[in-house]
Ligand binder design. Structure first.
Ligand code: AMP
Ligand code: MG
Length: 346
């Protein structure tokens, strides 16, 4: 199959019209959102949804998110309306918040991986919304990477993983947030299953106490059941091994320098993912800046791009860990999984 790439910066109308035709025909389309690129199919067509799992190599017990173009579209895919939902939708939609509800009968089990619950999001990205609207159906979409790899934040990254596997990629340029949506379960106590740009602090300001799933910063225990099935799989892994050093900027940078020379002495090629606060300590070393520790959104925006691009050219990545407040939590959740929880604190 030939994979066509259309720039929606230049040809948004033509690109989304062609994309919608493909979606209506049961085919796959990769498209930009404000979080990461999604790999979409008609969310009401189980056979079309099966193609997503095939193209990604994703285990089919890992459910997908249904993307809608207007708030009212939820009524066709959820079974009942938790009271908090309306407040949350009015505050955070469109935007990077996915909510989990009991599903309507019409939602195929291919989307929910056999669960009675469904994950729903209304993206803010204009191209994404136009594509959904023209398709006339909710679009089921996971991130547009091969399963296990870092999520794509540019069309080039989608092409690297999906060339020849899907007919169309809509290229809207780099994604604004660079990490996937916050996943909040509203079935039972409000619980964050996956942290994202809509933070626990932001949610609590609107609806009061919100729990965090225990596996957000820890590997899933052997006997633990995954609240969000995606959490049990190896995730976000670049080509290189990743090791995380947590702590204050100065001691962390000192430890990373020492490790850098140790690995080099073993004949391995090393790269550092540092922060604005520490880059001066890595002069003359192979180091890249993730962003500003005081602005964790900047770290999120660069993480997956650097894991892919830097990871392709070295054996080991040494990365700085940061505080888990606000979007620091989303950053650490992804980084620790990319590292397979190889971590130390100085
Ligand atoms: P991705 O498609 O890569 O953004 O992953 C979608 C995420 O949403 C995965 O971590 C899924 O496990 C999670 N998810 C989707 N539907 C549900 C659901 N019904 N219950 C719990 N988690 C879900
Ligand atoms: Mg994913």
């Amino acid at each position: 199959m030939k994979t066509e790439v259309i720039s929606t910066v230049r040809m948004e109308d033509a690109g989304t019209t062609l994309g919608a035709e493909l979606i209506k025909n049961g085919e796959l389309v990769a498209f930009p959102t404000e979080t990461v690129y999604g790999l979409g199919a008609n969310g009401m067509d189980g056979e079309a949804v099966d193609r997503i799992f095939e193209a990604k190599g994703r285990p089919n017990d890992n459910p997908l998110i249904l993307h809608i173009a207007k708030k009212n579209d939820v009524t066709k895919i959820w079974a009942h309306t938790p009271k908090l939902a309306k407040t949350l939708m009015d505050t955070f939609w469109p935007g990077p918040l996915t909510m989990i509800f009991n599903k309507a009968d019409e939602v195929p089990y291919e989307v929910t991986a056999g669960l009675e619950t469904v994950a729903i999001r209304m993206p803010a990205d204009k191209t994404a919304r136009l594509l959904i609207q023209k398709s006339g159906v909710p679009i089921a979409a996971p991130s547009a990477n091969r399963s296990g790899r870092p999520s794509p934040t540019t069309a080039e990254h989608v092409l690297a993983d999906m060339d020849g596997r899907i007919p169309l990629i809509l290229d809207g340029g780099p994604c604004r947030y660079g990490v996937e949506s916050t996943v909040l379960s509203l079935v039972g106590e409000p619980t964050i299953l996956r942290p994202g740009a809509i933070t626990r602090e932001m949610l609590e300001a609107v609806i009061g106490p919100v729990r965090l799933a225990p596996s957000i910063l820890n590997p899933l225990g052997e006997r633990e059941v995954a609240a969000s099935p995606g959490m049990k799989y190896k995730h976000y892994a670049p080509d290189a091994d990743v090791h995380v050093v947590e702590g204050e900027p100065k001691p962390a940078a000192k430890r990373i320098r020492a490790l850098y020379y140790d690995y080099e002495a073993e004949g391995r090629t090393v790269a550092i993912l540092g922060t604005e606060q520490t880059m001066a300590s890595y002069r003359n070393l192979n180091a890249y800046c993730l962003g500003d520790r005081e602005d964790p959104e900047s770290l999120c925006a660069n993480l997956f791009r650097l894991l892919r691009d830097v990871g392709a050219h070295c054996d080991v990545i040494l990365a700085e860990g940061v505080d888990t407040k606000e979007t620091g939590l989303a950053f650490m959740n992804r980084l620790l999984r990319a590292a397979g929880f190889s971590r130390e604190t100085v």
